[in-house]
Design a protein around this ligand. Structure first.
Ligand code: TYM
Length: 331
């Protein structure tokens, strides 16, 4: 039986962090046997905000290294850079012409990212979710494994696929399903439990990066914001503690209730020490491999070249089908 296909990506800016890992990449690693997987570096998405070329290049390499270090295996999974498969940009244009502006105005991430600067933000930032739609529809993906923050974008991809299919009266494009897995679908900032952990946060202490050393992890967890209460409990009104408990639960495999019970009578110092130990035990091997892969550019380039070749074959088939349907000559 043919495997179902999964596609997803991480924007290639800065370092990959614990949120990317627990919300997405960890699940991708577990999907590699059962699914036909395409996981890419979203470098075209990176330039929706200004990028220094050297930083962008490094981010693409480093994100690839983080994929491999986390356990993505290029023998099982197609790993490639989005900009290397030109059909992403080509399909994105066609889909832009199928997307009402009103649909894009509803996207909360544009409002979050552009903030007060909506008039001077790039139009690429505004149409960002259409490029994301192209990324997905180009591969006829069944599933898109992502964290919770991407749900609205996948809903849009479904709407756009539906609009194209209605125009032609047949299922030209597969309507994808979001796959939001596990208990850490939205990891919060270590400095503010009401915000998600994010690459764009100006405080380096707000996130744990996949390449962080043991000492960095210990320090960030020690300094993680808590509140004035001295006991551990899992409550909505205590978002910072809830976040730390969720991370603890994900890495230890223990139920949150069990963790809370085991800290009755203890303060935050012991809890944070133990959490730092568990996190660095789990991320230590990833960090080690990350630094090894990052320094082997030749291997990273070869991985991305192989991925480009495989991804291009599928992408070309879809774009030809779409262009013919729209009336382009495709000579
Ligand atoms: P990006 O780079 O913001 O995030 C990559 C993946 O990590 C998840 N994630 C989180 N999960 C839990 N807690 C967090 N704090 C957290 N932060 C990030 C995201 O949900 C995502 O799954 N637009 C996308 C990249 C993209 C894409 C695509 C994804 C481009 N094309 C096509 C899927 C399909 C983005 O910026 O993700």
């Amino acid at each position: 039986m043919q495997k179902k296909r999964a596609i997803s990506g991480v924007q290639a800016t800065g370092s990959l962090h614990l949120g990317n890992y627990l919300g997405a990449i960890k699940h991708w690693v577990n999907m590699q046997e059962e699914f036909d997987c395409f996981f890419f570096l979203a470098d075209l998405h990176a330039i929706t905000i200004p990028q220094d070329p050297d930083n962008l290049r490094n981010s693409i390499y480093n994100s690839t290294a983080a994929y491999l270090a986390s356990g993505l295996d290029p023998k099982k999974t197609t790993i490639f850079a989005q900009s290397d498969v030109k059909e992403h940009a080509e399909l994105s244009w066609i889909l832009n012409c199928m997307t009402p502006i009103g649909w894009l105005k509803r996207m909360t991430q544009f409002k979050d990212k552009a903030g007060k600067n909506q008039e001077i933000a790039s139009s690429g930032l505004f149409t960002y979710p259409v490029l994301m739609t192209a990324d997905i529809l180009l591969y006829n993906a069944d599933f898109v494994p992502v964290g919770e923050d991407q749900k609205q974008h996948i809903e849009l991809a479904r709407d756009i696929a539906g609009a194209v299919n209605r125009k032609f009266g047949k299922e030209l494009l597969k309507v994808p399903e979001p796959l939001i897995q596990g208990n850490t679908t939205r990891v919060k900032s270590l400095r503010d439990g009401t915000k998600k952990m994010s690459k764009s946060d100006t405080s380096g202490h707000s996130r744990i990066n996949l390449g962080d050393s043991r000492d960095e992890i210990v320090e960030k967890i020690k300094k993680a914001k808590t509140d004035s209460l001295e006991y551990i409990s899992y409550e909505e009104s205590r978002p910072e503690i809830a976040n730390l408990l969720e991370i603890y639960g994900e890495f230890s495999g223990k139920k949150i209730e069990t963790i809370v019970n085991s800290y009755i009578g203890h303060g935050f110092a012991k809890f944070k020490n133990d959490l730092a130990e568990i996190v660095s035990e789990n991320l230590g091997p990833i960090s080690l491999k990350y630094h090894q892969y990052s320094s082997d550019k030749g291997f990273l380039q070869q991985t991305l070249r192989n991925g480009k070749e495989k991804a291009s074959k599928t992408a070309l088939q879809t774009i030809c089908k779409i262009k013919e349907s729209f009336g382009f000559l495709n000579l």
